[in-house]
Design a protein. Structure first.
Length: 293
């Protein structure tokens, strides 16, 4: 990969790294935005931020946070794709952005990634490193917004759809593409008030499949779920080459929390090229773009 695809060098990263190394050495010290903090409290805070950021359900929402961070650092939104966010560099960049306008940006970040509620996050810190100290709890209480359960957010999205359950069901009857009609029927049942588990059971689907449809719909809209999806055979050589070249330029890896799932690559391609591939076609192009092992 050439230098044009390298992660951008930012002074804020080296600055926060130096501050954290000094804090670790001294055991406690001042941090911009936060004030005096112990090293133990900071470690707990970082664990909490990373746990919220890398949850599987934050796979799509966290891209909004990354986009916001690079824009606030004077970069092009697309440059978020050149950063290996789970690396030390990526983590330091997230922390530098958070601390620059604490606690407002912590609140914004947790809202963008649809983080769990404060009790859940505090509970996670307790499981990882023992009971959180009083300073950490105090920091979180003023910066982590209360969040309703994910089921409530799904319901809000479903209720916001312009089409009623009957309209979605009628639309499914007119839809001859199997995948689209299946999604429309499931959405009609959900829109009518049925819970995810019941819809999955009635449709002979996995619960996680229905949940993934809801997450995709919330992030990309209803059309992303039911638009016609193209197979690789429909693409001409130039289209394949352009999309593959773009995927190759993206700093995403084949494993770990930074890896794109097929649906993620599918919708990122749709945003840029106006072509909605099938998940398998997107996955195939993505796999081809990975460097040989």
């Amino acid at each position: 990969m050439d230098d044009s695809h390298a992660a951008p060098a930012l002074a804020v990263v080296s600055d926060i790294q130096a501050r954290l190394l000094r804090l670790k050495h001294d055991g406690a010290g001042p941090l911009p935005g936060i004030g005096w903090v112990t090293w133990a409290t900071l470690v707990g805070l970082v664990d909490l931020v990373l746990s919220a950021l890398w949850r599987s359900r934050a796979r799509h929402p966290r891209e909004r946070l990354f986009r916001r961070i690079v824009i606030d650092n004077g970069l092009d939104p697309e440059q978020r794709l050149q950063i290996d966010w789970p690396s030390n560099y990526g983590t330091l960049l997230v922390l530098a952005w958070l601390f620059a306008e604490w606690p407002g940006r912590m609140t914004e970040a947790m809202e963008l990634v649809r983080a769990p509620s404060l009790p859940e996050l505090v509970g996670f810190v307790g499981k990882v490193g023992g009971a959180p100290d009083g300073q950490l709890v105090k920091l979180l209480a003023g910066s982590v917004p209360d969040r309703p359960p994910i089921e409530v957010e799904w319901r809000r999205w479903l209720d916001s759809l312009p089409e009623t359950a009957d309209m979605l069901r009628e639309r499914s009857w007119r839809e001859f593409r199997q995948g689209a009609s299946e999604r429309l029927r499931a959405l009609a049942d959900l829109r009518a008030g049925m819970d995810v588990a019941t819809v999955a059971r009635r449709s002979k689907l996995r619960t996680t499949t229905v949940e993934r449809w809801l997450e995709t719909g919330m992030e990309y809209g209803l059309d992303a779920l039911i638009s016609e999806q193209m197979h690789l055979s429909v693409l001409d050589p130039d289209q394949r080459a352009v999309i593959s070249d773009w995927l190759e330029s993206v700093s995403r890896f084949s494993k770990g929390p930074n890896a794109w799932c097929a649906e993620h690559a599918q919708h990122e391609i749709a945003i840029r090229f106006g072509i909605l591939l099938t998940p398998s076609a997107a996955h195939s192009l993505y796999r081809r773009s990975l460097p040989p092992r």
